[in-house]
Design a protein around this ligand. Sequence first.
Ligand code: HEM
Length: 306
Amino acid sequence: MTIRKFTEDGVESFEAEIDGEKIQWDAGLSYARHLQTERLLSAQVPVSDKPDEMLFIIMHQTMELWLKLVLHEARLAAAAIKADDLDHALKTLDRIATIQRHMIHSWEVLATLTPHDFLTFRGFLRKASGFQSHQYRELEYLLGNKREDLLLVHTDDRAAHARLTAVLNAPSLYDELLRLLARRGFAIPASHLDRDWRRPYEPSDAVEDAWLTVYSAVETHWDLYALAEKITAIEYYFQEWRFKHMKTVARVIGQKMGTGGSSGVAYLVKALNLSFFPELWSMRTRMVAPREGPSYATPADGGVAG
Ligand code: HEM
């Protein structure tokens, strides 16, 4: 096979033909250099000699990579909302939801790890646990679950601690959404527009009323309605991820304590009641049928709709 050498844009380049296809590469940027595959693929370092540890490592690493992208996109979504650029916010939220669905589905791979498989190397993990994932905590803070006490876990990692502190002290995605509602003329209480952002979010009747107004006149508030539904989907998928994690953990370790020291499954079950955007959920109970047009609450036969 002959390789033709040439120079393009000042870069040494190569061309060959394989099976009638022209193949090109150059000495500048390659797949491996761009994607840093050497670094990426040398980052799987088992602490045991047990074959199933590789699955455990790669599952966590791929989740961390997706978390990195979700965080990146969530920051963009918050910035777009802050800049009243709802078109971009909607597109970004769609991408986040698609990644979340992929992450949820990927639990199926870890579910092939049986309790026996895990026990062969669990002891080697010592106190290491996903509980110490700073990206996961950052995402929770960014979305609005402000739990300052959990910062403690990251005391040893100064860079992570500083970044988490900054996100804790800043408005969350939901806070930005409420500021958007205020700019659009909704009566959002001052206490929800500027506050000590480190404190956990307190649901407000006035915020619930504002969302109810949006959902009661969707044609008038279409962009806010579309945005609210995308935001709701993010929490819906986040909870599904938590549920799949909890269920996978129950399948693998039963009711044993976690390596991070918590009660294990019982701790993970508690998180299923957390809500980032509480009024977007509570408002739904108060919704009634639209006043105009065919009513979906009173069917033609006079029966009562479910
Ligand atoms: C066999 C696999 C797994 C087991 C047995 C397991 C077990 C646990 C347990 C028991 C906890 C509670 C904290 C503790 O005491 O350790 C926990 C927390 C956590 N795990 Fe896993 N886990 C597994 C896989 C994963 C994977 C693949 C990820 C992906 C990043 C992950 C991310 C997390 C996170 C983020 C938390 C903290 C949740 C929170 O604070 O609400 N885990 N895990």
